[in-house]
Design a protein around this ligand. Sequence first.
Ligand SMILES: Nc1nc2c(ncn2[C@@H]2O[C@H](COP(=O)(O)OP(=O)(O)O)[C@@H](O)[C@H]2O)c(=O)[nH]1
Ligand SMILES: [Mg+2]
Length: 286
Amino acid sequence: MRKSGFISIIGRPNAGKSTLMNTICGKKIAIVSHIPQTTRNVIKGIYTKKDTQMVFLDTPGIHESVKQFNQIMSKQAHIAMDESDLVLYVIDLTRRFGKEEEIILAALQELGKPVIVACNKVDVQDEHVVENSMRINAEMEKNPTWSLIYISALKQKNIDELLAAITEKLPEGEFYFPDDMYTDSALDFMVAETVREKVMLQTYEEIPHAVRVETVEIDDSDPKFVSVFVDIFVERDSQKGMVIGNGGIKLKHIGMDARRELEDLFKKKVFLKLNVRIDKNWRMHA
Ligand SMILES: Nc1nc2c(ncn2[C@@H]2O[C@H](COP(=O)(O)OP(=O)(O)O)[C@@H](O)[C@H]2O)c(=O)[nH]1
Ligand SMILES: [Mg+2]
């Protein structure tokens, strides 16, 4: 009998949720950066091995305050409740427990679904680790059905143990997706996200959140290379300059880094044309 199910990945921004999903699926599916709010949509990552299929839902952690986080968490808890068979709760061991952790723990208790707590970033030596571990152990005692695993999503530590724990809690059932599929994201979305990640990594402060990226065209008609046309929208003229950089140096780096990853994605040479444009207040009607 096959096992398959949906697993929502939740946790504070920057905990390493997207990194973990990419590590498990062995593909760059969700973009990753040190900047909170990197993930803007729920993204599916599919892992299939032998008789088991796991469909991960990587959730965004957009918030500017605990109050807002609370509202979004309740939305995420709803996604988890409606769509997933179990919840994978990722905790950043190197960060002091915040109000967010309490909100998540309360939501998980109310949810009543199988939970796996993954304590991430064990590769980092940090003063908060001992205190956080004590807090987590206390929570585990309160919730005896939950499983606890210490991992490093980045350094790929204990990932097999994590997969075994998920498999154990996964319901029996037929696969939801073909066994060679690793995401249901469309190609144009993945292209735009790849470019957005590079913009985030190359720019600072207000830019990452002011940028929107759109794939205009993917021309795959030549057998030797793919031509990809992408628009990068910012809200103000000054931001345009910051994305382009002195003599175009920033945009050049964004283009080079993105092209390298897109060549992995397309398994072909990529010609990438980036165009920086202004769309005032796109966030207002996003
Ligand atoms: N040292 C270390 N860093 C990690 C680990 N997992 C994720 N990170 C880093 O934490 C940051 C946030 O990761 P990301 O996956 O975008 O977090 P998300 O907001 O929860 O999706 C990035 O800079 C990652 O490289 C880990 O296991 N160890
Ligand atoms: Mg993320």
